[in-house]
Structure formats: C-alpha cells, structure tokens
Write a protein that binds this ligand. Structure first.
Ligand code: GLU
Length: 308
C-alpha cells in the first residue's frame, strides 16, 4: 500500500556510469516536478554500486548537470559505494529469516537454467541451486564463490502506479529467485535501492518504465525487511529515432553534446513539451513548470525523442 503523504520526498537516483542523456534528464525533471510541485523534498543518491562501471568524475558531473538544468536537492547526496555496511545488515536480516540461498551457477549455467527472456530481458531462474544437498553445496564451495539469491514466494504482488494504474506480478512465475549479492560480493541494485530509499525517507519513486517490473521485487523486499512502501510512478521511455531505448551510447543525445547547442531552458522546454506540460517546445525553467505539472497530463506511450 502506498504511504499517504501530502508532501512527498522524491529522489534522483542516477547511475554514474557515463554522462547523463536525455532519458536520464527526463526522469530527473519529472521526479523533481512531481515532488516539488506538491511542496515536497528531493534527495539525491548516486548509484555507484558497480565499481567496474562507475567513476568518481561521472558522479561530480551528474551533480553539475542537475544544477545546470535548474534541478536542486535537499541535504547531502548519498553514495551507494559508501553504504556497504547497511546492505550487509539487510542481507543478514534476510538470511536470518531463511529467505536467501547461495547460487553457484556461472553466467552460462544461469542462462541455461532460465526460462526464455521476457520482453524486458529478465530471465526467470529455475531455482536449481535452492535444491542442492548440503554435500553438493560443500563440493561447489571449494571451486566457486556463490552469488546469493532471494527465494521468492508464490505470491502475486500488486501496486497502483501513479501513471500506469494497477500492476501486478506473480513473483515466482514472472520473476523467479533473484540475486541480492553477486559472487564478487557487490550487493545488487534491488537490495541497495530498497535499503537506501527507506534510509533516505523516500516516499515517492519516479523513474523509467524499464523499472516497472522491478517494483514488485522491491515491494516484497520492503515487506521482508519491515520497511514502509513508497508510492511509485513510472514514466514512458524516450526512444531514439530507430525506436531503441536511449542509452549512454547515443552520444548525440548525451548532455555534453546537447550543451554545446542548447541552453538549459531549451532542453527543459523540449522535455516539458514531450511530457505534455506545455504545447510548444519553448524555453522554460523547471521553476516555471511547477504550476503546470500534473500526473494526469503525462503520456503513457513511449516517445521517439527529437529536439526541435
Ligand atoms: N540508477 C537507476 C538508473 O539510473 C535508477 C534506479 C531507480 O530509480 O530505482 O537507471
């Protein structure tokens, strides 16, 4: 159940694995408008969990880019790379509750042990490592470090999305037992995000609809850890002209490139027009958009992105 609150606390949660692109700005702008237009707070978390992909300079750049656009936040940013102890504690709680098991599958085995790809690319693990005998585990332990999976129940989890309405997923069937800690010891996004949203007092999560199907897992983890549920609003995705989801490799839509051609209010105006908050893509600041924001105006269909 979504927490009832008149003044939400929203959040920016960028992954600093490169320069931000239009898709990231889209989520950040709408998350900010949603929280601030309701008189709420906005907090910033740098999701730099993966040491192989995230760099300090990208974190600094993300903060400069948000400021450049006119998006502000309250308090000090939270860095996931500094929160390992909090994730370890949540991990121990889940373990004590008998909700975790080690998984020794290699990547290739994991793929083989998974149901065919869902449309969002998620593979449903068949749970084979949950059925290992103590002896088999011991044998495997000698050759590999395991990843750890959460053992999900056969249970349908539903929530009401601010934009898409009712959404539900049968965790066992649609998602399967998912990884909460990788074999290299790095905690997984699903666990970290739940622990951090709770610690930061986040009551409203606004993000791309590519994460819609992660939400039931996060709701379930919140329940297992005794944390309250934020409300969720997912956004349609911005697509490249070839119909692909925007990615960091779409260099022409990356902020560094756009900044050479446009002023911040022009970029904000283009995003606001795509969000149906203004009729024409004219220059406007996030502040000026505050009275114009409403979830009821936002489109639900993914959008092919173009500047005017
Ligand atoms: N860090 C994720 C991203 O940049 C967002 C995660 C979330 O909003 O829960 O795509």
């Amino acid at each position: 159940m979504a927490q009832v609150t008149t003044k939400p606390t929203g959040r920016f949660a960028p992954s600093p694995s490169g320069r931000m692109h239009m898709g990231n700005l889209w989520s950040c702008l709408l998350a900010w408008l949603s929280a601030r237009s309701a008189g709420g707070r906005m907090v910033l978390r740098l999701e730099d969990l993966d040491p192989d992909r995230c760099r300090r300079e990208y974190c600094d750049q993300v903060m400069r880019d948000l400021e450049w656009l006119g998006l502000d936040w309250d308090g000090e940013p939270v860095w996931q790379s500094r929160r390992t102890e909090a994730y370890a504690e949540a991990f121990r709680t889940l373990e004590e509750r008998g909700l975790l098991y080690p998984c020794y599958c290699t990547r290739a085995e994991r793929l083989a042990a998974s149901a065919p790809h869902r449309s969002d690319g998620l593979q449903v693990y068949d749970g084979r490592c949950a059925r290992l005998t103590a002896e088999e585990r011991e044998g495997l332990e000698k050759s590999r470090r395991p990843a750890w999976r959460a053992s999900v129940p056969e249970k349908s989890i539903s929530f009401c999305d601010l934009l898409y309405g009712n959404y539900s997923e049968d965790l066992k069937k649609d998602c399967g037992d998912f990884i909460v800690r990788r074999s290299d010891g790095v905690y997984a996004y699903q666990l970290a995000v739940v622990v951090d949203d709770a610690m930061m007092g986040v009551t409203q999560v606004v993000r791309g609809s590519d994460l819609l199907s992660s939400t039931p897992r996060q709701l379930w983890l919140q329940e297992a850890l005794g944390l309250s549920h934020p409300e969720y609003g997912h956004l349609p995705l911005l697509l490249s002209s070839e119909g692909r989801r925007l990615a960091k490799r779409d260099r022409d839509l990356e902020l560094g490139e756009l900044q050479r051609q446009y002023a911040a209010p022009e970029i904000v105006g283009a995003l606001a027009c795509a969000a149906h908050l203004i009729d024409r893509p004219e220059a406007i600041t996030p502040q000026e958009l505050l009275p114009l924001f409403s979830w009821a105006k936002l489109p639900r269909e993914d959008l092919v992105w173009h500047m005017w």
